[in-house]
Ligand binder design. Structure first.
Ligand SMILES: NC(=O)c1ccc[n+]([C@@H]2O[C@H](COP(=O)([O-])OP(=O)(O)OC[C@H]3O[C@@H](n4cnc5c(N)ncnc54)[C@H](O)[C@@H]3O)[C@@H](O)[C@H]2O)c1
Length: 328
């Protein structure tokens, strides 16, 4: 989305941390911003930093509450007349571990992280589609949505889910000229680790525990917000602000690739391969349309070479085979 000034953004969980970083970056670039957030004191703190701004509007809501999200979409439209950018940024963790979490823990994390994102799409995407001038959707996942976190498995489950949702959404929204990004940060200096229990207390009345340790060495949320703005301008799918995770992610995917059989093509049913070839061709076409919105980067290699190899009955050369050939 190359033209930014004057466009309208709605940001959930926008009155603190990463969401407020996005809001400030967008306002600095001349956008109009609607912040949706659960806590009134966070809203008031942000409002006091930007007093009397006609281009900034706040709505108190819980993203998991469908009627509240529906009425927020109406409020965005009546306030600014349109929507161009949807940021599904709300996300929470629970104290329960993945092996012994209660239904209440699961419901809380899934309702806010996954349900809140779904509610964002259902209620706000129609506003972007309506004017036909394109736009952008950004959902906040996490590095815990790229690599599993042993001590926070509920959060990882939800963050993997919204990352997958955005991968799929990007392939659907290309024809509307709407780009999609997924933000996967590492540590950012926000209230996430200290105020999390307040969010749950407000959401479902769960008692507040002792305060947790703050994230001390996190990235500046405004830097993350500016990185998100850059990704919107360039229509980048993946936003990874934290370079320190690169090798860990590579190792994760290498382990996954190593689990595939390499000689499948010789023995596989040709009808089965034909079905997959057709699917890959359609996926490739959808990616091409999505990328055409605005010079996307970060998209990795095309699958066309693999499709060609299948069509000609050749075995695509795997990265593992290439590595062992070069080390021989
Ligand atoms: N801080 C990090 O290190 C980090 C890393 C990766 C991903 N994230 C993700 O970034 C997103 C934003 O978190 P943050 O770190 O900026 O946290 P934060 O605690 O600073 O801000 C979160 C905001 O969300 C609001 N909120 C909580 N529950 C809500 C709900 N149900 N509906 C609407 N608003 C709600 C809170 O009132 C608060 O203002 C989350 O999705 C989080 O999972 C954070």
């Amino acid at each position: 989305m190359r033209s930014i000034a004057g466009r309208v953004a709605f940001i959930t969980a926008g009155a603190s941390g990463i969401g407020w970083g996005m809001a400030r970056a967008f306002l600095n670039a001349g956008m109009k911003v609607v912040v949706g957030d659960l806590l009134q004191d966070h809203i008031e703190e942000c409002r006091s930093q930007y007093p009397g701004r006609a281009d900034l509007h706040f709505i108190r809501l819980d993203v998991s509450n469908r009627p509240q999200m529906e009425s927020a979409a109406k409020e965005v439209e009546s306030r600014f007349g349109r929507l161009d950018v949807l940021c599904n940024n709300a996300g929470v963790a629970a104290r329960g571990q993945v092996d012994d979490a209660s239904y209440a823990d699961w419901d809380y994390v899934m309702d806010v992280c996954v349900g809140g994102t779904i509610n964002g799409l259902v209620n706000f995407l129609p506003l972007i589609k309506k004017h036909g001038e394109g736009g952008h959707v950004v959902t906040t996942s996490s590095m815990a949505g790229m690599i599993p976190v042993p001590f926070n498995g509920l959060y990882s489950t939800a963050k993997f889910a919204v990352r997958g949702m955005m991968d799929a959404l990007r392939l659907s929204l290309g024809p509307y000229g709407i780009g999609v990004s997924v933000l996967c940060p590492g540590f950012v200096a926000t209230r996430a680790t200290t105020a999390g229990d307040r969010y749950r207390a407000e959401h479902d009345g769960t008692p507040i525990h002792e305060p947790r340790e703050p994230v001390r060495a996190g990235m500046d949320p405004l830097v993350v917000g500016e990185r998100v703005l850059q990704a919107i301008r360039n229509n980048e799918l993946y936003i990874f602000p934290h370079g320190e995770f690169r090798e860990e992610v590579r190792a994760y995917f290498d382990r996954m690739l190593a689990a595939f059989p390499e000689d499948f093509n010789a023995t596989a049913d040709k009808g089965r391969l034909e079905i997959e070839r057709s699917r890959m061709t359609r996926t490739e076409e959808a990616r091409r349309i999505a990328n055409a919105i605005g010079g996307a980067r970060n998209e990795g290699p095309s699958v066309a070479a693999t499709v060609d190899a299948w069509m000609q009955g050749r075995q695509p050369v795997s990265p593992r085979a290439k590595r062992s050939a070069s080390s021989a």
